[in-house]
Design a protein around this ligand. Sequence first.
Ligand code: RM4
Ligand code: MN
Ligand code: MN
Length: 438
Amino acid sequence: MTDMKNPVIDANMVAEHNAQQQADLQADYDALGGMLARRGVDIEKLTALAGTFAVAVPSWGAGTGGTRFARFPGRGEPRNVFEKMEDCAVINQLTRATPAVSLHFPWDRTDDPAALKEIADGYGLGFDAVNSNTFQDQQGQDHTYKYGSLSAQSGAARAQAVQHNIDCIELGQKLGSKALTVWVGDGANFPGQNNLRGSLERYLDSMRDIYGALPADWNVFIEHKLFEPAFYATVIADWGTSFACATELGPKAKCLVDLGHHAPNTNIEMIVARLAQFGKLGGFHFNDSKYGDDDLDSGSINPFQLFLVFNELADAAERAKSGATDFNPAYMLDQSHNVTDPIESLMSSAVEVQRAFVQAALVDRNALRGFQESNDVLNAAQTLKKAYRTDVSAILAMARVRAGGAADPVAAYRSSGYRDGAAERRPAKAGASSSGIV
Ligand code: RM4
Ligand code: MN
Ligand code: MN
């Protein structure tokens, strides 16, 4: 983990917070350690593993989101990418699980990438995948995306969208990113609006141009989403289309799974297993959802699903290890916060994803294989449940404290008064929507 030259929250304050929690944490940790030892599990190994976990924070998550109806701005919201980085630094300082930021252009565009990189370095932050945005028109652009971008009928709109993605790659290169994530809202709202096959052919042509501009050590992640803003037929609606496109494009193209981008009840862990099996799992946008692309905090609705996703990831990692192959999907959050403090929500989500990662490591894989081979269905299911039901909170807290983070990140954040300070330093700009999705 990169270290923090410029901590945003006073390090003594974090140490004091941890000192207050120390006795309780140690007692919980020892009790859990004893229980795990009886199962033949060494708690120290799990704590060390927890310390290796990292998930990138979406810059856009630092602002308040909004819905189709309204946006209620929060206090002290970041007004530019530098302020977003400051908030992201707080998240990583306290959780020690979010050492990289995923930027979104042009929302985060800067004319001075060197300055941005320097600030990030000071906070000990790196940059994960950069995201392009051709789902809304930008000020001063020549051609509208109203009827699509990479798949638009208009060749000029397509060329403009391709160029924007190439600009994102160039900016990302200056910042040290190694991947571009492409999500397009392209699609149709009415039957007959688009030729379904023609749209995908145009999309692929555009993506070939973007793929051709990728540096040798870069990947492009294709993000699928069932619907919205296109309500009848979305061009990249599902993992099958994403997989077909990634395969067409070549080895540097992979699929990105955003947990909220599927029909309710979809077996997302199976999609993960399929993509991993065929070497096309590029990464994740973690969040949670009840109905659609709700962008709720990770683990807030269906933590068991998150665990089952990580169970597949642990299985894939084990297979990769024994086959001496690489398996390294990118982990990112993608959330929108309407009623909570974004910093608190992002910290909680990072911890929930880390929790699922550690719980998945607790699955007794040999036992599971045995129950599967002997068709002992009940015990196979119970093997997963046993890991999922284990409260690993003390492991996560201990890993944080040992890495210099906070035993309880939300409590430490609240007592730091960071939000009050931000509200003073960052008065809202009249009429500006600042950050957030709407
Ligand atoms: C989309 C998708 C993208 C994100 C935008 C803001 O639904 O999830 O990943 O960049 O929202
Ligand atoms: Mn997403
Ligand atoms: Mn989304």
